[in-house]
Design a protein around this ligand. Structure first.
Ligand code: AGP
Length: 365
């Protein structure tokens, strides 16, 4: 067991640190940056995507948050209306056009019963189905029309870490691929996104190199009453994922919000005992988010922010710098939130790789 952990005390920390390598595997051989093209090595029937009117992502937990990130990219890069649904809530409602819909199931394991159930309902309704998974030969791959593998390597810790990063990177490539196929994305714009993806492994490494800062922050704030995570746009799924990670492994109360929603209710919970962790990067409308963070600070809350390298927010209690990688900056910020969750849980001596009541793969509906 110790050898398998490669010198780390927990699989989770090992897997957090494997992200640069996992991301390299995810993108290797798939990007043609000069041409602004992607080859995800998926075999679709000809014209499979050309007339798609809508993409519906179905997933659970962390994979659902990867889907929420992706839905924004599908709209922005592929020019297709995209929604994301919690798999156990997914139905084909009236007014939908299944034959013009692509249902994308995002699942690390490929075995999550809720997600498989959604895929089956989509198939019955006549939709085209696609899977984004880490697991070769998994059940989902046999139920869909096409699969893209995220190639993150095995993930043992119950808390998903490197697979979230590789899922989002894969979905970003899918968005570029669909956008290019449909003529919705210019080569120059595609090139910029692919360059950001190429910069992702190095950017994540820079964050990992700052782990001691995150550990210090975790030690400072670990005894807080609750933790709130906020962001806007691409920062929202990252805020939600940051909160899930913390509650899952530390057992502390944590919630993620769209930053603009704080003033519509959650602000009543904010006190000097509730740190606010904010995504303040490109793609997350940092200035507007910071205004909301300031509202929380006015109520005494400590504020920690993941901040783009070229921005500065002097009033933050702690700032974590995020290298400049465009629309994947929120994904890089997420690595700070993973480390924060890990170190809070570690300070509390929690069984990080096997949190109580949870299983790595949930095979019951
Ligand atoms: C993430 O940390 C959780 N363990 C959980 O939310 C997980 O992402 C969810 O159960 C979905 O699993 P899947 O990706 O294998 O479908």
């Amino acid at each position: 067991d110790a050898a398998e952990k490669g010198g780390y005390e927990h699989y989770m920390r090992k897997e957090i640190h494997e992200q640069p390598e996992a991301l390299r595997q995810t993108i290797t051989g798939r990007l043609d940056v000069d041409a602004g093209d992607v080859d995800l090595d998926v075999s679709f029937p000809p014209g499979f995507l050309a007339d798609v009117e809508e993409i519906r992502v179905v997933a659970c937990g962390t994979s659902y948050y990867a889907g929420r990130y992706a839905a924004q990219l599908f709209e922005e890069l592929a020019g297709v209306r995209a929604t994301v649904e919690i798999a156990s809530e997914y139905e084909f409602g009236a007014g939908r056009t299944p034959d013009r819909t692509l249902v994308v199931a995002v699942t690390q394991s490929g075995e999550t019963a809720d997600t498989l159930g959604a895929v089956r309902r989509a198939n019955e309704a006549g939709a085209r189905t696609f899977a984004v998974t880490n697991t070769l030969g998994s059940t989902v791959t046999r139920e869909v029309d096409g699969t893209a593998f995220i190639r993150a390597g095995p993930e043992i810790g119950v808390a998903a870490t490197k697979t979230f990063a590789s899922q989002v990177a894969t979905l970003a490539m899918l968005a570029v691929s669909i956008g290019r196929d449909r003529g919705a994305l210019a080569a120059a714009d595609a090139r910029a996104v692919l360059e950001d993806l190429q910069g992702l492994p190095g950017a994540v490494q820079q964050v990992l190199d700052k782990e001691s800062r995150v550990r210090e922050a975790a030690q400072t704030y670990q005894d807080s009453e609750a933790f709130f995570f906020v962001g806007r746009a691409l920062g929202v799924p990252v805020a939600l994922e940051g909160a899930l990670k913390l509650k899952e492994i530390s057992y502390d109360h944590a919630e993620g919000f769209a930053a603009g929603e704080l003033k519509h209710g959650p602000l009543a919970l904010v006190t000097p005992e509730t740190p606010v962790l904010a995504v303040l990067t490109e793609g997350s409308r940092a200035n507007e988010t910071m205004n909301n963070v300031t509202e929380a600070q006015t109520r005494g809350a400590p504020a920690l922010g993941c901040v783009s390298a070229d921005a500065e927010y002097d009033t933050l209690d702690v700032d974590f710098p995020v290298p400049d990688v465009g629309i994947v900056e929120p994904l890089v910020a997420n690595v700070y939130l993973q480390l924060f969750a890990y170190h809070v849980a570690n300070e509390k001596g929690r069984p990080i790789d096997k949190p109580r009541n949870l299983a790595k793969s949930v095979t019951v509906e």
